[in-house]
Design a protein around this ligand. Structure first.
Ligand SMILES: Cc1cc2nc3c(=O)[nH]c(=O)nc-3n(C[C@H](O)[C@H](O)[C@H](O)COP(=O)(O)O)c2cc1C
Length: 367
């Protein structure tokens, strides 16, 4: 493997946390928690091997944030009480033991929840049936339910859920930082998405209004965890139930979305596209990571999307990204950073790794 990967191994300071390299594990739901949302020994071993394999940062799967409407999947882990938070401790210790930074992803599923042990019904910005079908992969079937339009009081509860869970993640579980899941079609992204949100109040209409809930969730988390903790937000155009969605306002939307997160003080913004290097809108225009850097210049930009293509990962560092996050490539190569350093070839992603999801093979665990 003859490529110059030096740039991927430069350290970076993210609000006082030094990440030892630019390679991070992307958040990946694995539905391997107990039925009541506690992290398991299998998860400890699953996460630890990425840190042992040299990743500088490990971002967890989406963790649900309240005991009302946040849970998306059966066997998804939560951070909603002390027992759930403390169950993460061995996971976090395992990540940190190898010098990696541990970031907890906070997620509210909203209208695309397909498994919630606290509720049979869902909420979204508006009573609009989500596009697409539930993921069979995560034990779903058929269409998503039509959500109830979330009330002001429930919005306040959802925001408080993000903030309370973030505090538990930092103080009880020991995480280094927080990522708010504002992407991929979950509640915060539903508010941002024009066709999912027809509210006429301050949470709907203009892009400034539709991004407000993401910003408010960020501010509430920041207020609770303080300025010294790295807090970031994940943003996407595409969704698990609508891969090809594009922001109607194109670069002007990017300016509003990334600009408001930058102004609010996001330490990092994590953008995800199918192929991170592709133009975000027009055929020859800038990538989403470039736009994030342009409009939030003080935030570290985490870029995601097929960056197991290492030439593209290296190139991303010159196109606005500060850190590259790797999903499928990390499942196939939990020791991807070590392989790069040792100039060993990478394994191709085999979708069989994902099924059955809760069964991580011992051979994978010993890598
Ligand atoms: C099994 C699996 C589970 C995922 N779960 C999450 C998740 O919980 N939160 C999230 O933000 N993205 C999730 N993603 C998306 C990944 O973070 C990433 O965006 C996607 O895999 C594309 O990156 P890649 O090309 O490096 O794989 C998941 C992806 C996979 C393959």
């Amino acid at each position: 493997m003859d490529r110059d990967t030096k740039g991927l191994f430069a350290p970076l300071d993210i609000n006082g946390r030094i990440v030892k390299n630019r390679l991070a594990v992307a958040p990946m739901t694995r539905i391997t928690a107990t039925a009541d949302g506690r992290a398991t020994e299998t998860m400890t071993r699953y996460y630890e091997r990425f840190a042992r394999g040299g990743f500088g940062t490990v971002i967890t799967e989406g963790i649900y944030t309240d005991q009302a409407f946040a849970q998306g999947y059966i066997h998804q882990p939560g951070m909603t009480d002390e027992a759930q938070a403390k169950a993460w401790r061995p996971v976090v210790n395992g990540i940190k033991a190898h010098g990696a930074v541990a970031i907890a992803q906070m997620m509210h599923a909203g209208a695309i929840s397909q498994g919630n042990r606290f509720r049979d019904s869902t909420v979204g910005p508006s009573a609009i049936q989500p596009k697409g079908n539930q993921m069979t992969f995560y034990h779903g079937k058929d269409r998503y339910a039509v959500p109830a339009a979330i009330t002001e009081e429930q919005i306040a509860d959802a925001i408080a859920g993000f903030a309370g869970s973030a505090v538990r993640a930092i103080h009880l579980a020991g995480f280094d930082g927080i990522e708010i899941h504002g992407a991929n079609g979950y509640l915060l992204d539903q508010f941002l998405t024009d066709y999912a949100n027809d509210r006429t109040d301050r949470w709907g209409g203009t892009t400034e209004n539709r991004v407000r809930l993401i910003v408010e969730a960020f501010k509430a988390v920041r207020a609770k965890v303080g300025n010294a903790v790295p807090v970031g937000v994940r943003i996407s155009q595409g969704k698990v139930n609508d891969y090809h969605h594009k922001w109607a306002g194109a670069e002007r939307d990017a300016e509003i979305i990334f600009g408001s997160l930058g102004d609010a003080g996001a330490d990092f913004i994590h953008v995800t596209e199918f192929e991170a290097w592709k133009p975000a809108f027009a055929e020859h225009g800038p990538s989403l990571m470039r736009l994030a850097k342009r409009y939030a210049p003080k935030a570290a930009i985490f870029a995601n999307g097929s960056l197991h293509n290492i030439e593209q990962a290296v190139a991303a560092l010159g196109d606005g990204a500060d850190v590259v996050t790797i999903g499928r490539g990390a499942l196939a190569n939990p020791d991807l950073p070590k392989r790069l350093l040792d100039r060993h070839a990478l394994d191709e992603f085999d979708p069989a790794i994902l099924g059955p999801i809760a069964d991580i093979k011992d051979t994978e665990l010993t890598m």
